[in-house]
Design a protein around this ligand. Structure first.
Ligand code: MRU
Length: 346
């Protein structure tokens, strides 16, 4: 079992991914030899989580470059653009996917020979992967002191090592606090319908010996009312000037935390920030009905009842106590352009 969630294999010219649809029952690795296979892996959530999607997007362009057989440089660039569009269309909400793709495309466009462009694509994709690991460790260090010794943290979905190359954003903060000597207990809300909290967060924390208890999403409010949750800490798929987009159910936790005066923190790399889009312009992915209609093989919703399955929601920044980035923790007023232009502290 490797520490990384995804990695490049130079000998095979492939991207390898831990298949997150099989956890916790089976640890299985998927090999992506071309963009089509990677697009399928992203669509069915074999790889998922905003930072991991950013890294996958970068490697996707490197795969497109590697598998291209054309000898015409202009045709090569056109092919890359086409494959990039295919990848971007898989999951629209997390900005990291298009960020990773565009970063590698920009790098390729600065070259002027086919050979250099192919090498540049892989170099840049690998740089994104390495930076992601360092960024998560920095986010962990920035946020660790926000978690008091002995506290219980509620987290939603999976913003851990599995959602990044390693360490994690929200779970990275928890790991760093534990390394500092703090005792932390984690409550993972199961995250209906695909159960990223129950299957993935619980798997990776339990594997590392961190205390974790899974609850139904609907139990969070009651536990907050009883004083059993001290902090809520989640990741993000996109942070705009007005809202934080994250897994469906995040808004519900934020409203409830606000009502009970419990701090609500978001941990996210600066690559997740989007200073341009308005809330209404961001497409919230609606996933297939079958994710709700079926529980295993069993039909649990009558055929003539409708189903809605939005994968993400938006939490207004007014409900956020602080945003933990690799550069610093930002507190209200959360001015996103200011955050993006802030210099690292000396
Ligand atoms: O649909 P998913 O599993 O890709 O959703 C993931 C989330 O919502 C995570 O909380 C988010 O990407 C942050 S990961 C560090």
């Amino acid at each position: 079992m490797r520490d990384e969630t995804l990695w490049w294999d130079e000998e095979r010219g492939s991207l390898f991914l831990v298949n997150q649809t099989q956890l916790p029952s089976r640890y299985e690795v998927v090999e992506c030899r071309n963009v089509e296979r990677l697009a399928e892996a992203i669509l069915c959530l074999e790889v998922r989580g905003a930072p991991a999607l950013g890294v996958s997007g970068g490697y996707g362009v490197a795969l497109a470059a590697r598998t291209s057989t054309t000898t015409s440089y202009s045709q090569f660039l056109e092919e890359l653009e086409r494959q990039a569009e295919l990848l971007k269309a898989t999951r629209p909400t997390a900005i990291n996917l298009s960020w990773g793709i565009d970063r590698v495309l920009d790098r390729v466009n600065r070259e002027n020979t086919l050979q250099n462009a192919k090498k540049a694509a892989l170099d840049e994709a690998q740089r994104i992967a390495w930076e992601d690991a360092d960024t998560c460790v920095a986010i962990g260090a920035m946020g660790a002191t926000l978690l008091p010794d002995g506290c219980t943290v509620l987290t939603h979905c999976n913003a851990g090592a599995l959602a990044c190359t390693r360490w994690g954003t929200a779970l990275g903060v928890i790991r760093s606090a534990i390394i500092m000597g703090r005792e932390i207990r984690v409550i993972a809300s199961e995250t209906r319908p695909l159960l990223q909290g129950a299957r993935l967060t619980a798997w990776e924390l339990a594997r590392d010996g961190i205390s974790v208890t899974v609850i139904p999403d609907s139990a969070a409010a009651s536990l907050m009312r009883k004083g059993e949750i001290d902090v809520v800490l989640v990741g993000a798929d996109r942070v705009t000037e007005e809202v934080v987009f994250n897994k469906i159910g995040t808004y519900m936790h934020a409203v409830t935390a606000h009502h009970h005066q419990i701090p609500f923190y978001v941990a996210a790399p600066l690559s997740t920030f989007d200073p341009v889009s308005k809330e209404k312009e961001v497409m919230i992915e609606e996933r297939g009905e079958e994710e709700l209609r079926l529980c295993g093989d069993r039909i649990v919703i009558p055929e003539n009842a409708g189903v809605r399955n939005p994968a993400f929601d938006a939490t207004p920044l007014s409900l956020v106590t602080g945003i933990i980035t690799e550069r610093e923790v930002f507190f209200p007023p959360l001015d996103i352009p200011r955050i993006l232009s802030a210099q690292p502290p000396l």
